[in-house]
Every structure is written in C-alpha cells, then in structure tokens.
Ligand binder design. Structure first.
Ligand SMILES: [Zn+2]
Ligand SMILES: [Zn+2]
Length: 127
C-alpha cells in the first residue's frame, strides 16, 4: 500500500519514484490494470496491459515482448532443441505512462504521458 494518490492535473515530471510502482501493484491486484498474456507453443509471446496510470489516473497501455525462452532441453541424440512449455515466467519490466492527456510542462519532444516510469513485476504461467 502507498499513500500516493493519482492526480490527473499533475504536471509532467520524469519520475521513477518507488511509491508509484507500489501503487501499480495495488492496481494490478484490484484488476484495475488488466493484464493479458499470450502464449504460443508453450512459450510466452506477449504481455499486454491497460488501465489507469498509477500517477495521473489516465488510461495508459503497455505491451511487453519478453526475450529468451522459459526453458530449453536438447534431444540426447543431437536433434533440434525441444522447448519445455511448463515454465512459469517471472517478469520484471519498466512501463512508461503513455496517456493521451495534457500534462503541464511536458516537453514537445515527449508526445505523451505524465512522465512516470514504473515497474511491472508479475508471474505468468502457460494456459
Ligand atoms: Zn496522464
Ligand atoms: Zn500517467
């Protein structure tokens, strides 16, 4: 839990303050930020999420394409690698707010968002 509250009128500010990541956890827990994971052949392909930004409260969305595979085992006879599809994937990646609302002080070089970068940490399992 965190005392930080979203503010739609917040001025643009590049911040990675930890409290916002904690607030994002609450939003994930509550289901306010909805996350969906997509798998193919037992491998995690994409994680997408959308919902209110922890800092400004405006709608934002993200897409994360994880690198690497969960687990690989090799055929003992030297055949092609076989992907083991049962691995729970632990993810930890940064998300930048990309809301389409105005935030005072946002540089013209920055097209969107309130300046927040928070971290998404979650575990996903194959369907
Ligand atoms: Zn915003
Ligand atoms: Zn924001």
């Amino acid at each position: 839990m965190t005392d930080l509250q979203p503010d739609g009128d917040a001025a643009w500010e590049p911040t990675r303050a930890r409290g916002w990541t904690e607030r994002a956890f609450d939003l994930f827990d509550a289901g306010d930020i909805e996350v969906r994971d997509f798998w193919a052949d037992g491998q995690l392909v994409t994680v997408v999420g959308s919902g209110p930004c922890p800092r400004c409260g405006h709608d934002h969305a993200f897409e994360h394409n994880p690198t690497g595979v969960g687990n690989v085992v090799f055929d003992v006879l030297g055949g092609a690698p076989v992907l083991v599809p049962t691995e729970v994937r632990r993810l930890d990646f940064p998300v930048e707010c990309n809301c389409d609302q105005r935030h005072e002080g946002r540089p013209t070089s920055v097209p969107e968002g309130c300046g927040l970068t928070y971290r998404v940490k979650l575990e996903v399992a194959p369907p």
